[in-house]
Design a protein around this ligand. Structure first.
Ligand code: URA
Length: 231
């Protein structure tokens, strides 16, 4: 049970002071009955605001289809950022909604966002061993030798001291491949191809572990239930 004003402000609805106004205006109900005091302790799952249940009171997890040109940052200095594509109150939640890892500004595709810190850790820890699949378009014809080079587990990237873990490469057409990696090193996919003399022209993540974009359009997001999460 949590204080109503704290609850509403931690979910990004309003400040604690504004919660008093919400209550005065009769907008908040507990199990269908108008709440009288904003300092009342309540069960979040029974609260409605304007007759709508609270949004993700026990933690939020969503997937975004990130378009090219959006940075994974809360800073306004780097041009458009992914939070402009998400409900504006999400960064106001406490903890704030953040991305699970990052995609480069020039990369499109599946990005998870959450306010559950333990989930970020679980999804990004090197031990998590989560497969991420990218569709890669390169500047010149691919060579099937890359399948073994990426798959062996001894590919060293410049200025790193450990080789990349084995990655699966499937050649789809002359200049297009699908690459599945389990790590998330800085610019990893672009650097893996660059190490062999290919320039990545387009990069799109279509899968993150169990999650796939499906028919989610570019720039759109979809809520995921925490129960849907892989155990
Ligand atoms: N690898 C990259 O090079 N960039 C990304 O955004 C993701 C993986």
């Amino acid at each position: 049970m949590r204080r109503l004003d704290q609850l509403l402000s931690s979910l990004g609805y309003c400040s604690r002071r504004e919660a008093m106004a919400f209550v005065k205006e009769g907008r908040v109900k507990l199990d269908g009955v108008v709440v009288k005091r904003s300092d009342q302790r309540v069960d979040a799952t029974l609260i409605t605001v304007d007759d709508e249940p609270l949004e993700a009171p026990n933690g939020l997890l969503a997937m975004l289809h990130k378009p090219v040109g959006y940075a994974c940052t809360h800073s306004a200095d780097e041009g458009p950022n992914i939070y402009e594509l998400l409900p504006s109150h999400w960064p106001e939640r406490n903890p704030a909604v953040t991305s699970v890892g990052r995609l480069d500004k020039d990369t499109s595709g599946l990005l998870l966002v959450t306010d559950v810190g333990s989930l970020v850790h679980r999804f990004t820890s090197p031990k998590a061993d989560i497969e991420k699949t990218y569709v890669v378009e390169v500047d010149r014809d691919l060579d099937s030798a890359l399948i073994e080079i990426f798959g062996k587990g001894d590919l060293m990237l410049r200025s790193e001291d450990k080789p990349c873990l084995p990655a699966k490469l499937e050649i789809v057409s002359e200049k297009t491949a699908r690459l599945t990696i389990t790590e998330g090193r800085y610019h990893q996919v672009r650097r893996m191809f660059a190490s062999q003399g290919w320039h990545v022209e387009k990069l799109h993540r279509e899968r993150f572990g169990e999650y796939e974009l499906g028919d989610l359009g570019e720039g759109e997001w979809r809520m995921l239930s925490l129960e849907q999460m892989p155990k």
